[in-house]
Design a protein around this ligand. Structure first.
Ligand code: FE2
Length: 434
């Protein structure tokens, strides 16, 4: 047994040494060409009548465009497509130069299926389809994931595939920050785009920046949002004026979805959110950002952020707050107050993680359900007065669930529907399975 244990690695090492295979350099693996790459749908305006698409090419493409038509059963739509010119901006990453292109389709019909392609007139993407949202309250389904961040290609992609296979008609996906680990590295963004494959070309992404999307260009310099963010995501500029495309909101079929940038300008965003929700006529309000209000680990408390933002959630009866950062899972009951008081009114707070990096959990009374060492995605379905939430593991197993029900003139009613399965916790003294 012992001899075998020594021989197997020795043979494996010899095989590697004898092989002619070499690891492809990142600059080759992620090099842009004239063919559109990293094509991604986002919203920069009203989700019922507009759609944005962004893509990357090499620098030979300086005049880019998109074509769009209403979808049809056969290929006849191709002749009916209209052309929309793209905005092109140069970008230089650690792996070299590229061009990013973006188009904003406007004047679209609510609730209609369209097909589009992007290119330069010679080199085109395939025709991809998307559906505009309705311009009135209607059933809505979306996905939400916490930090993807590490080994995105190798270990996060299976979660993305499984989530979209389980819920193929989801209307959009929220990424609650730390999409990548080292956000100045183009190869990591390449992995992030590749991991979702064609999904990003047909389903809308709603990204929020985490601390790993922030960098200090030099020691003691102020941290800044990665320069990759704005060229590759075409997002609204309707949030805090100093944070274009990283704080923003949408009204989607009766739900207001607000994205905050919890890295910077916290008190300013709290005041902005207070103003924004004061004019919120929507039935449901969902807020997402990276740093948890109630942390899932004792030494990771975000006190200034909680003190700034939590009273705004209470004041405006925000229904659901979706976060990441702590690389564990934790979900609250209806909770109000800065100290996190569970009761018959308040907000449901969630911390979740979708990538493979795992931290220790500090189990606290506010957590209805919690997990360690578990990659999760969440499905939220809103239909009229009912919101149904599910958290599922990377392989699709239901891990947590609840319903929120709107009650006229009263706070929401929370109905916990936690599966009767043990919590995923590591053995005492065991290390994280990073
Ligand atoms: Fe993270």
């Amino acid at each position: 047994m012992k001899i075998r244990a020594i021989l197997v690695p020795a043979f494996a090492l010899l095989a590697i040494l004898a092989s002619k295979s070499v690891k492809i350099p990142e600059a080759d693996l992620h090099r842009p060409t004239a063919m559109p790459g990293r094509v991604i749908l986002t919203w920069a305006g009203d989700p019922a009548t507009t759609q944005a698409v962004t893509w990357r090419t090499d620098t030979s493409v300086d005049k880019a465009m998109a074509e769009i038509a209403l979808d049809e059963d056969g290929p006849g739509f191709v002749k009916k497509a209209r052309t929309v010119e793209a905005v092109t901006e140069p970008f230089e990453s650690d792996l070299g130069r590229a061009h990013y292109h973006s188009v904003r389709f406007t004047g679209l019909t609510p609730g209609a299926q369209y097909v589009y392609r992007v290119g330069d007139g010679f080199n085109w993407s395939e025709w991809n389809q998307f559906r505009t949202m309705l311009d009135k309250p209607a059933p809505l389904t979306f996905l939400y994931v916490g930090d993807a961040q590490n080994d995105i290609w190798a270990l996060w992609s299976r979660l993305a595939r499984n989530a979209w296979t389980e819920v193929p008609k989801a209307d959009f996906i929220i990424h609650a920050g730390d999409l990548v680990n080292r956000s100045l590295r183009d190869a990591e963004w390449g992995e992030w785009h590749e991991a979702a494959g064609w999904i990003n070309r047909s389903h809308v992404s709603v990204p929020t920046p985490g601390n790993h999307e922030y960098n200090a260009p030099a020691k003691d310099a102020a941290r800044t949002l990665t320069p990759h963010w704005r060229p590759q995501f075409t997002l609204p500029e309707n949030g805090l004026a100093e944070l274009p495309e990283s704080s923003y909101w949408y009204d989607i079929q009766g739900v207001r979805v607000v994205v905050l940038n919890s890295n910077v300008k916290q008190t300013e965003q709290a005041a902005w959110l207070d103003r924004t929700l004061a004019s919120d006529p929507r039935r449901w309000t969902v807020v997402t950002f990276h740093h948890p209000v109630f942390s899932a680990a004792a030494n990771r408390d975000n006190k200034p952020w909680r003190e700034a933002i939590q009273p705004v959630f209470d004041k405006h009866a925000v229904d659901l707050v979706l976060t990441g950062h702590d690389h564990t899972y934790a979900r609250s009951n209806l909770t109000s107050g800065i100290s996190g008081r569970a009761g018959k009114s308040g907000t449901v707070y969630v911390v979740s993680v979708s990538g493979p990096k795992m931290y220790n959990l500090d189990r606290e009374p506010w957590m209805v359900r919690a997990a360690e060492d578990t990659q999760l995605y969440q499905v939220v379905r809103i239909d009229g007065d009912k919101l149904r939430y599910e958290s599922r593991t990377a392989r699709g197993v239901l891990y947590d669930a609840f319903e929120l029900r709107k009650q006229k003139g009263k706070p929401n009613r929370l109905v916990n529907q936690v599966p009767v399965t043990p919590e995923n916790r590591r053995a005492a003294g065991a290390k994280a399975s990073e």
